[in-house]
Ligand binder design. Structure first.
Ligand code: GDP
Ligand code: MG
Length: 157
């Protein structure tokens, strides 16, 4: 391997992406996966599930005091979601940029929220907001046997 084996690129970052229940209902799973594939990231885990209450409580622990928290949990429990782990150079930061602002009304056109959503109470997608949080979220949603370490024989940093 050439470029990808240089030291600066060797450490592969991972992030948790989830198509939320509204995204599944609206058949946006394929469009969302397509954007991450096109950008060049590598899919290393994916599953569809009805999120368990305990996982959601842990996932949104920092927001538990917010007024919108009960509605957020109802929203995230309203149907199945698709959880994914994507890998690649700067995937946490780049995927946040691809997802757009939390408040969909402010999300720029061209971002996932800016193209598919008008309000933050139904904002289609989750993306981890830091490398540390990503590691926690990945271990919350996936066990290690569900993550596939595969070699990409394609240009990848
Ligand atoms: P994210 O990282 O961009 O998803 O945003 P946060 O971590 O701050 O919030 C988690 C999720 O809670 C968001 O994606 C929204 O679905 C929801 N949320 C955040 N703020 C609000 C709010 O003020 N009102 C409502 N209804 N939902 C919110
Ligand atoms: Mg967040």
């Amino acid at each position: 391997r050439h470029f990808s084996s240089s030291a600066a690129f060797r450490i592969q970052e991972r992030t948790l992406i989830a198509v939320k229940p509204d995204g599944v209902q609206r058949r946006l799973v394929g469009d969302i996966i397509k954007r991450f594939e096109q950008r060049g990231f590598k899919l290393v885990g994916m599953k569809m599930l009805q999120a368990p209450e305990g996982v959601l409580a842990d996932h949104y622990h920092d927001l538990r005091q917010k007024s919108f928290y009960p509605a957020l949990i109802r929203y995230m429990s309203s149907g199945p979601l698709v959880a994914m782990v994507w890998e690649g150079y700067n995937v946490v930061g780049t995927s946040r940029a691809m997802v757009g602002e939390t408040n969909s009304a402010e999300a720029k056109p061209g971002t996932i929220r800016g193209d598919f959503s008008i309000h933050m109470s139904r904002n289609v997608i989750h993306a981890s907001d830091s490398v540390e949080v990503a590691q926690k979220e990945i271990s919350l949603w996936f066990c290690s046997s569900e993550l596939v370490d595969w070699d990409s024989n394609f240009y990848q940093v």
